[in-house]
Design a protein around this ligand. Structure first.
Ligand code: PGA
Length: 258
């Protein structure tokens, strides 16, 4: 269906002790076959990154942080940097998650600096964008989402942006059990790809992986992942148990095989 490798990412948010993280990562890694055609990434809390890295050792599963600062070091109490994330073994980092934008004052300008800093360290940014319920009801979905994508990639060309992943996560679907209809997700994903094509060129835009996030569960993953521009999923609640997350990975493998 597509030459883009599907990607299933688990966002553990503020959950799991070190021991719980290690056990969950081990259970997931045991299921993931190298060469399955679907990439799998886990995003634990920062205190569990090292333990999860160890649990994933020798497996095909990648490690993601949930946020970063844009500077490598300095007087930034409480922050983590791309250099330290690399040191901890992270190949990916979520950026601009709506919870960070809503509750921690993350701005488009900050998101852009973080995206650039991660790319400079060869860490794949998983850039999160999405509209609120009010914005959707006011018909502003595409303005908001395309605006966020444009702001986060401003001044960076296709070469610099090469590995970027974009996750479309409608805020009203996160943690609510209310998923976007597969066709609605496809409409937004298609618009994101079209906009990236206009901004940065078609060949890169055609290669960018676009994930859907917001109440992805085992029972809706196949339908979402059957859409032409839904290349994977960013999964919160259902990534916290291997029993729920593994069937979603399997849906990603089916997309790779289709
Ligand atoms: P959810 O979260 O799957 O629990 O809706 C998704 C996310 O916030 O990344």
């Amino acid at each position: 269906m597509s030459t883009r490798t599907p990607l299933i990412a688990g966002n553990w948010k503020l959950h799991n002790t070190v021991a719980e993280s290690r056990a969950l990562a081990g259970a997931i890694a045991a299921h993931v076959r190298d060469g399955s055609g679907c990439d799998v990434v886990l995003g634990p809390v920062a205190t569990s990154l090292t333990a999860v890295k160890q649990a994933l050792d020798g497996s095909a599963v990648g490690l993601s942080a949930q946020n970063t600062h844009w500077e490598d070091s300095g007087a930034w109490t409480g922050e983590l940097s791309p250099a330290l994330l690399l040191d901890a073994g992270c190949g990916y980092c979520f950026i601009g998650h709506s919870e960070r934008r809503q509750f921690f004052g993350e701005t488009d300008a900050g998101v852009r600096k973080k995206v650039a800093a991660l790319l400079a360290h060869e860490i794949v940014p998983i850039l999160c964008v999405g509209e609120s319920l009010e914005q959707r009801e006011a018909g502003q979905t595409l303005d908001v989402v395309l605006g966020q994508v444009e702001a986060a990639t401003e001044g960076l060309d296709a070469g610099a942006l090469a590995p970027l992943v974009v996750a479309y996560e409608p805020i009203w679907a996160i943690g609510t059990g209310r998923t976007a209809k597969a066709e609605d997700a496809q409409d937004v994903h298609g618009a994101i790809r079209g906009h990236l094509s206009e901004l940065k060129g078609k060949s890169w835009a055609d290669s960018v992986r676009l994930l859907y996030g917001g109440s992805v569960k085992p029972n809706n993953a196949d339908e979402l992942l059957s859409q032409p521009d839904v290349d994977g999923a960013l999964v919160g609640g259902a990534s916290l148990s291997a029993d729920n997350f593994i069937p979603i990975i399997d849906a990603g493998v089916r997309r790779a095989e289709s």
